[in-house]
Design a binder for this molecule. Structure first.
Ligand code: HPA
Length: 284
């Protein structure tokens, strides 16, 4: 028995089944996959929606157990730009394996998307950031999360040892900067680090992460970015800084407070996402 190769075979079959199910229900090919993080759950209201598919209706699609992460794919258009929103991503801390967390990215690659727009909420580590800021993700630190490419390599997606020098598409980052400028949305920039969670960090961990060069910390996104880049997708990401990271203020951290600030920032965040997609859509 060669277990890794059995796993690879069944994983590829699972992807094919999910792709078939989606193709039966959706008549167009989205160009951008927008992964909605905390606060952006209602973003799909910005689209002319054509089809919604609950994750539970797609065979083997990982289903979120996190409160407020109602899982569905929402297919629609922003102006003429075909987009699919993923509402309710799954996280490592729910017990999912890294390859399950990135399963939707691979399915959407097979469906034909060319770009992935990642969003999330995070704790600000950089002293220059405030709760409610938005941060363009310019690079990431992945060393605290399991790499989603561990295991047999899926040659149909990408190479065994993918380069990670330019994960976040520089041309698209420039378009997001332009969009922020035109919309007068202040935009920070920085390095995002993913930890597995679900516990928040200790103050000592935050000091360590700052010394390593991280500006914001969260529990998602990086492994999705790695799988997407591996598969040749163009990646961009924006993080809503929902709180100062542990130990930086007297406040204790809570998931409810994270969601509250993320929800308050949602109108500004949505405006920036829409303006960014309009610009990026013109380049596709
Ligand atoms: N730490 C980790 N994840 C987070 C935080 C944080 O402070 N805020 C929002 N997501």
């Amino acid at each position: 028995m060669n277990r890794p190769f059995e796993i690879m075979h069944s994983y590829e079959l699972r992807i094919e089944e999910a792709v078939k199910t989606i193709r039966k229900r959706v008549s167009f090919t989205p160009k951008i996959l927008l992964i909605l993080g905390s606060g952006l759950g209602e973003y799909a209201a910005e689209l002319d929606v054509e089809e919604e598919i609950p994750f539970s209706e797609i065979p083997d699609f990982p289903i979120s157990t996190a409160p407020g992460h109602d899982g569905r794919l929402i297919f629609g258009r922003l102006d003429d730009i075909p987009v699919v929103c993923m509402k309710g991503r799954v996280h490592l801390y729910e017990g999912y394996e890294p390859w399950d967390v990135v399963f939707p990215i691979r399915v959407m690659k097979e469906i034909g998307v060319g770009s992935v727009f990642l969003t999330n909420a995070s704790g600000g580590i950089n002293y220059g950031f405030m709760a409610g800021d938005l941060m363009l993700i310019t690079d990431h630190i992945s060393v605290f999360a399991p790499n989603p490419l561990i295991g047999p390599n899926f040659e149909r997606f990408g190479t065994r040892f993918p380069d990670m020098t330019h994960v976040y598409d520089e041309e698209f980052c420039d378009l997001i900067r332009e969009a922020a400028h035109e919309e007068k949305v202040p935009l920070q920039e920085g390095v995002y680090v993913q930890l597995t969670g679900p516990s928040f960090e200790t103050p000592a961990e935050i000091r360590m992460l700052r010394n390593m060069g991280a500006d914001a910390v969260g529990m998602s996104t990086v492994i999705e970015a790695i799988a997407a880049h591996h598969a040749g997708l163009r990646v961009i990401g924006i993080s809503c800084i929902s709180n100062a990271a542990a130990g930086m203020t007297k406040e204790l951290l809570s998931g409810d407070d994270v969601n509250l600030t993320a929800n308050e920032t949602a109108p500004l965040f949505s405006r920036l996402v829409t303006a960014s997609i309009r610009k990026i859509g013109k380049e596709l």
